[in-house]
Ligand binder design. Structure first.
Ligand code: NAG
Ligand code: NAG
Ligand code: NAG
Length: 243
C-alpha cells in the first residue's frame, strides 16, 4: 500500500491514506483559502487548511475564563508553536509532529486545533506532554455543515488501545501516555513523535456526506500506523512491537 507524503508545512508532515473509499468526482483542489485564520467553504476533493497551536493551557483563555480562537489577537500566544496542515477533505490522514526537534512540553504542553475567522472553530485544549508524560496518539474529528467547519473534537477511546501495555500509562481515564524519559533525546529509545489521525464528518457545500469519520470510528488508536508506509521505520516498528 503506497501512501505518499503530499505536503510538508512548517514543522510537520502530512501523510494521506489514499486508500479510503473514493467516489466518482473531480480530484482537484478548488479551495483557494490557504490561511487557517480565514473562512473557507469546502467540497469533497478540496484541501482544507487548519492550524494546531501548542502552548500552555492558560494561554488559550482570555481573561482566564473565555477560550478564544488562536486567531483572535486578544490571546497572547508568545511562547507557542504553530503547525499548519492542509489535508484533503474526507480522506483519512495521519498528521505527524516530530517531537525530537520540538518537545511540546517546552511550550506548555497543550494543543488546540482551529480554523476560520468570522466562523471560527477551535477544539478544547488537549494535554500533550509535561516533564513526566507524553501522549503520542490523537484522533481529531472535523465536523462540517454545508462545507463550513462547525467543530473540532478530540476523540478518545478511554485508554482501551493501551490497557495492559506496560509501556503506557493511562492518564485521567482518557489518554495513553508514554513516560517522557523513554523518549529519544530524553534518555530513552522511543521516537515520541506525535501522530494525529484526522477524520471528517458532516456535509460539504453540496450537502454531500463525508464518510471518513465512520471509517475511523471503529478503529483503535495506533491501529492505522502500520499502514503509513513512509512513516519512519522507527515509528512503525516500535508500535508493532508494542501491540
Ligand atoms: C476580566 O475578568 C474580571 C474578573 O472576572 C472582570 O472584572 C473583568 O471585567 C474582565 N475583563 C474583561 C475585559 O472581560
Ligand atoms: C524525527 O527527527 C529525528 C531527527 O531529525 C529523526 O532521527 C527521526 O527519525 C524523526 N522521526 C520521524 C517519525 O520522522
Ligand atoms: C504531568 O501530567 C500528569 C497527568 O495530568 C500529572 O499527573 C502529573 O502530575 C504531571 N506532572 C508534572 C511534573 O506536572
Amino acid at each position: 500500500m503506497a501512501i505518499p507524503v503530499t505536503s510538508i508545512l512548517l514543522i510537520v508532515a502530512v501523510t494521506i491514506l489514499s486508500t479510503t473509499t473514493r467516489f466518482v468526482e473531480p480530484s482537484s483542489d478548488n479551495n483557494n483559502v490557504f490561511s487557517p485564520c480565514t473562512d473557507a467553504t469546502i467540497q469533497r476533493s478540496d484541501g482544507f487548511t487548519f492550524g494546531i497551536v501548542f502552548a500552555s493551557r492558560t494561554a488559550f483563555f482570555f481573561n482566564s475564563s473565555v477560550q478564544l480562537s488562536p486567531c483572535d489577537r486578544r490571546l497572547s500566544l508568545s511562547n507557542s508553536q504553530l503547525a499548519v496542515f492542509r489535508p484533503k477533505v474526507d480522506e483519512i490522514s495521519l498528521l505527524t509532529v516530530n517531537s525530537s526537534t520540538f518537545p511540546p512540553d517546552n511550550v506548555g504542553g497543550y494543543m488546540v486545533a482551529f480554523a476560520g475567522r468570522k466562523y471560527a472553530a477551535r477544539s478544547i485544549p488537549a494535554f500533550v506532554a509535561n516533564s513526566t508524560y507524553i501522549v503520542t496518539s490523537f484522533t481529531l474529528a472535523m465536523e462540517f455543515q454545508k462545507g463550513r467547519l462547525q467543530n473540532l473534537f478530540w476523540k478518545r477511546d478511554g485508554c482501551s488501545s493501551c490497557s495492559g501495555k506496560s509501556n503506557f500509562v493511562c492518564l485521567n481515564n482518557q489518554d495513553c501516555a508514554i513516560r517522557t524519559n523513554s523518549c529519544k533525546n530524553r534518555g530513552g529509545t522511543v521516537d515520541c513523535s506525535i501522530g494525529i489521525q484526522l477524520a471528517f464528518s458532516g456535509t460539504d457545500k453540496h450537502e454531500s456526506v463525508f464518510n471518513s469519520w465512520y471509517e475511523v470510528k471503529n478503529l483503535r488508536q495506533y491501529s492505522l500506523f502500520g499502514l503509513y508506509q513512509n512513516l519512519k521505520d522507527s515509528l512503525t516498528s516500535q508500535y508493532n512491537s508494542f501491540f
